[in-house]
Design a protein. Structure first.
Length: 182
């Protein structure tokens, strides 16, 4: 195997290792942000995209076919099996860096994948903010809330608060609206 093939294999293993360690389905952009944007584990944006597509084609990662949401990727059983045989090709230092990065950032990536918002301008100059909690398992939001904001700034503020407090808002709404069986 020549040097370029070895480097390509290691980069594919890096993506598999990230997906295995993070344990949540990620959007293509999140994978690129982790592997290229924030860490330079992969040399460039286009190479990272190509690796993702190659891993999907080879059955090592699975792309959800979300109809209403952005596609997400997760490692398959075949990908885990491959990784278990070849993870040593990723240097110990790099594996430790990946593990540390995932440990420090998993919650933020989980929030960015699950707590989403969109802002749409209305004909009267106000803005509609759609706030959702996505489920990793089904292609429907677990919770969706639409509110009207008087300005773009207020809409952006609501979106920012949503990312931090969605779980509390959902918990309160659920407890208030759904009777317990007790």
């Amino acid at each position: 195997m020549d040097t370029n093939q070895q480097e390509s294999t290691v980069k594919k293993l890096i993506v598999l290792y990230v997906l295995e360690r993070i344990e949540i389905p990620l959007t293509e952009q999140s994978i690129i942000d982790i592997c290229y944007g924030k860490n330079n584990w992969i040399d460039n944006y286009m190479e990272c995209k190509e690796i993702i597509y190659n891993l999907v084609d080879s059955g090592f990662i699975y792309k959800t076919n979300g109809h209403s949401e952005e596609d997400r990727y997760t490692i398959t059983y075949t990908g885990r099996n491959c990784l278990s045989h070849f993870y040593q090709r990723i240097s110990q230092e790099l594996r430790e860096n990946i593990a540390e990065f995932v440990k420090d950032n998993k919650t933020a990536f989980k929030r960015s994948q699950e707590y989403v918002s969109t802002i749409d301008k209305n004909s009267d100059g106000s803005y509609t903010v759609t706030l959702k909690i996505r489920s990793a398992l089904i292609d429907e939001p677990m919770f969706e809330l639409k509110i009207k904001a008087p300005s773009r700034q207020a809409a952006i503020g609501a979106s920012n608060i949503w990312r931090e407090k969605a779980h509390l808002i959902y918990e309160n709404a659920y407890e208030t609206l759904i009777e317990s069986d007790e």
